[in-house]
Design a protein around this ligand. Structure first.
Ligand SMILES: NC(=O)c1ccc[n+]([C@@H]2O[C@H](COP(=O)([O-])OP(=O)(O)OC[C@H]3O[C@@H](n4cnc5c(N)ncnc54)[C@H](OP(=O)(O)O)[C@@H]3O)[C@@H](O)[C@H]2O)c1
Length: 393
């Protein structure tokens, strides 16, 4: 690819503007924005109107544009844009984890068929370079687990609840006002956003391609005051943890709120920060931390992908090609705390129960349940039931 690249950008919201700002504050990258496609032409924009269009084709059909940068908040429109750009052999950068997770296999095929590159570093942990590290540094089968806080918005909410005694809704509004929440906040609080990210990480960490329905996610929208108190009594915080790891010759993945003890490194990851703990057979623990949301932080990861394209970088999907043949499993035991008011969890669904506490203030049990069972039980969706992971056994 030639050194001075011309960009066609889709979206000029939080991340699009973040990219514009970081691009104009660096001299190290020879890239310029030629056009920006937006949805609402009537909106006030902070830059010259000559940049904007509402016509996709003005970017997709422009032979001068080498790289399409997709930063919109819609999924199907984004998939249409990205697949059309790949078919035109343009390289693409995207931050849209939901679109990538829902269409992973198709996007992989398009990259192969049209021999072009799709990079998506910003989609996983915003500013933390996780995908390229998994591809280039952890490019062997010695990696054993990846776990962490992959959602800046819920971490911001949980930090405010634990450190500043804020109510859930106040903390959510605050996260939205700072641009840390998705346009649709249910993606964050129901743990869908970190699940999409985990799906992408799984491909680069273990060479497994799943669909979002394959991965269990449980959000923070069930949390009650009693759960916060319980965590405080245990000298822990509740964090929304996504993890994928080897379990014998199989690999599991799940996203759940978890009790994180004070001495755990992830306990110190606060507000909009993301943190990722990687474990290898010989390298043992490594820890990455960085801003997991926000326009400039995410824009800087997008910029890094654009920069990588100036030297023709593309993901090799090394773990897929190594044919590691790790089978995916949901057959594993979880040590969980379950609180309830009214409708009770069925105790027969548990392998064992260690604690059963009932009082006027709150009821809870602590016990062991198989993940496969937890996926199938209806009681877990009751709004008065809240499940928090202690440990994977
Ligand atoms: N915000 C973050 O911290 C963050 C972090 C990591 C990844 N991401 C991802 O980055 C992407 C963008 O997020 P954001 O926070 O920047 O969203 P946003 O602030 O809501 O901005 C969305 C932008 O997309 C444009 N748009 C929407 N539909 C369009 C369409 N069909 N055609 C053309 N333009 C369209 C909107 O146009 P108008 O301006 O005309 O309305 C707007 O400029 C999402 O995929 C998100 O998941 C965000």
């Amino acid at each position: 690819m030639k050194k001075n690249i011309k960009l066609g950008v889709f979206g000029f919201g939080c991340v699009g503007q973040g990219l514009y700002n970081v691009l104009h504050q660096t001299r190290g990258i020879s890239a310029e924005i030629k056009k920006i496609c937006i949805k609402h032409p009537e909106k006030d924009r902070p830059i010259d109107a000559k940049f904007f269009t509402t016509s996709r084709d003005e970017i997709l059909n422009d032979p001068e544009i080498d790289v399409v940068v997709e930063l919109i908040d819609e999924v199907e429109a984004a998939f249409e844009i990205v697949s059309a750009a790949l078919r035109k052999k343009k390289a693409v950068v995207s931050a849209n984890k939901k679109m990538i997770a829902e269409h992973f296999a198709e996007l992989l095929n398009l990259q192969k068929k049209y021999n072009t590159s799709l990079l998506y570093e910003a989609s996983c942990c915003a500013s933390i370079p996780v995908i390229r590290n998994l591809e280039e540094y952890y490019d062997n089968d010695l990696l054993t687990s990846v776990e962490g806080i992959l959602n800046g918005s819920t971490n911001y909410i949980l930090t405010h609840i634990f450190e500043n005694n804020k109510a859930f809704n106040t903390a959510l509004k605050d996260a939205q006002a700072h641009g840390y929440a998705e346009s649709d906040p249910s993606l964050d609080v129901q743990a869908l956003d970190p699940k999409y990210k985990l799906l992408i990480i799984l491909v680069h960490a273990f060479g497994i391609i799943l669909t979002p329905d394959d991965i269990f996610n449980y959000g923070i929208d069930h949390l009650k005051e009693a759960d916060i108190r319980y965590a405080r009594e245990k000298n822990a915080r509740i964090k929304l943890i996504a993890r994928c790891a080897k379990n014998g010759d199989k690999v599991y993945a799940l996203v759940m709120p978890q009790l994180v003890a004070e001495q755990n490194t992830l306990n110190k990851v606060t507000y909009e920060y993301n943190g990722l703990l990687l474990e290898g057979a010989f390298s043992e623990h490594q820890f990455f931390m960085g801003k997991g949301a926000g326009g400039s932080a995410t824009g800087s990861a997008v910029l890094s992908d654009i920069s990588a394209l100036t030297y023709d970088y593309r993901y090799e999907y090394k773990k897929l090609h190594q044919q590691l043949n790790h089978a995916y499993t949901r057959n594993l035991m979880l040590d969980v705390y379950v609180s309830y008011n009214g409708i009770e969890p069925n105790i027969n669904d548990f392998e064992s129960i260690w604690v059963k506490h009932e009082s006027a203030e709150c009821n809870y049990l602590v016990g062991m349940i198989n993940l496969e069972k937890l996926v199938s039980v209806k009681w877990r969706n009751e709004p008065t039931i809240s499940i928090i992971l202690n440990n994977v056994i």
